[in-house]
Design a protein around this ligand. Structure first.
Ligand code: SF4
Length: 362
């Protein structure tokens, strides 16, 4: 774009954003803490999904200090269902660092932002521009789509060369003193009108600048990148009940996939395994307890982002312990069904709790 075109483009886009932006809670005061939490929640997640989570989070944890001081279980419970739980744990690590090193205030210095856990180039740019109105670019999926279409860039947007081009444009196009609204306007355009399929070009505030519209290449831009097929996992899961009618749940290790969440004991299965036998042996090794596998409960299929899982769930009965160690040493607890809602579970295990609750009510 020539400087004159760019200036017109900025004016038209900003005018549209001023009039049409969605009234989102973190846009009320642009309070840095609220901007930060919203940006982390919005990674890989739609606004409509985030809104109730954001409200609940802010109500329970109204300050960075409150995040730093609460338990990890509270953080994970507030995040339950949003996925990518490392995000939540990193928020707490960053909150502790902000309280210790920055007096409880999110730092405005870009390199200090980047030094916080869970904050990379995108999030640092979002906080710097949206909360502090610094002229820092941001590039997310929406902005990639909008910029590639505006410029009719047809190459793979994930290539190093295209990434450089996109980040450079995102930086060069920011109008002086107006990064907060310009960056959000680009994202808003991608989220509301310039969608992946069937963009609403008739409502677009900047169609005369759109080279893909002129060239009739919108469907092909940005170039699609192939994702590797999701891995399949087959798992056997034990809903183990003791004499008091309590159920055994175990905490996943803090680090790694869904770290820190609770789950029903389960084992991964190889092909052609005797499922019930493997489950008995697996639980014996994992929990040091003997169980009987009584009857199938359900087969649950669930798709996570990087893999799909089929859970063969069984109702089981606790027989006896094989060791002197306490349950706590195995990070496991016996919990009555009605108290399970106090713990945070991966989505597939949440489905099992629903089934168990429905069966009890039937
Ligand atoms: S004209 Fe259509 S494709 Fe181009 S930026 Fe606007 S909504 Fe996107």
């Amino acid at each position: 774009m020539t400087p004159t075109e760019l200036s017109l483009f900025q004016i038209q886009l900003l005018e549209w954003f001023t009039q049409q932006q969605r009234p989102l809670p973190w846009r009320q005061h642009y309070e840095p803490y609220a901007v930060w939490i919203s940006e982390i929640m919005l990674q890989q997640t739609q606004v409509a999904t985030v809104l109730p989570y954001f409200d609940r989070w802010m109500e329970m944890l109204p300050s960075i200090q409150a995040v730093a001081e609460t338990s990890e279980d509270t953080i994970l419970k507030l995040w339950e269902g949003l996925g990518y739980y490392t995000r939540a744990r990193n928020i707490q690590k960053a909150a502790i660092m902000i309280c210790e090193k920055h007096g409880g205030q999110i730092p405005q210095d870009f390199s200090e932002l980047l030094a916080l856990p869970g904050i990379g180039r995108y999030t640092a740019g979002a906080i710097a521009s949206i909360a502090f109105n610094q002229e820092r670019p941001i590039v997310d999926g929406n902005i990639v789509r909008v910029l590639c279409r505006l410029m009719d860039w047809r190459d793979n947007p994930r290539s190093a060369e295209m990434q450089k081009k996109i980040w450079n444009a995102a930086e060069a196009w920011i109008p002086e003193g107006n990064a907060r609204f310009f960056n959000q306007a680009l994202m808003e355009l991608g989220a509301t009108l310039c969608s992946t399929q069937a963009p609403l070009c008739l409502l677009c505030p900047v169609p005369s600048f759109c080279k893909a519209l002129k060239a009739n290449t919108i469907d092909a831009v940005p170039a699609k990148t192939k994702r590797p097929p999701a891995k399949q996992r087959i798992t056997a899961l034990a809903v183990i009940q003791n004499e008091e009618g309590e159920l055994l749940i175990a905490k996943r290790p803090a680090e790694g996939l869904m770290g820190g969440l609770w789950e029903f004991p389960n084992i991964n299965l190889d092909k052609d395994t005797d499922i019930e036998q493997a489950l008995k042996q697996g639980i014996r090794q994992q929990q040091d307890i003997l169980i009987t596998v009584d009857q199938p409960l359900s087969i649950i299929k669930h798709a996570y982002t990087s893999f799909k899982v089929t859970l063969h769930c069984f109702l089981c009965t606790y027989q006896r312990s094989e060791s002197d160690s306490t349950r706590e040493e195995h990070s496991a607890q016996w919990v009555p069904l009605e108290n399970l809602k106090q713990f945070s579970f991966p989505a597939a295990h949440g489905k099992i709790i629903q089934i168990l609750s429905q069966e009890r009510m039937a």
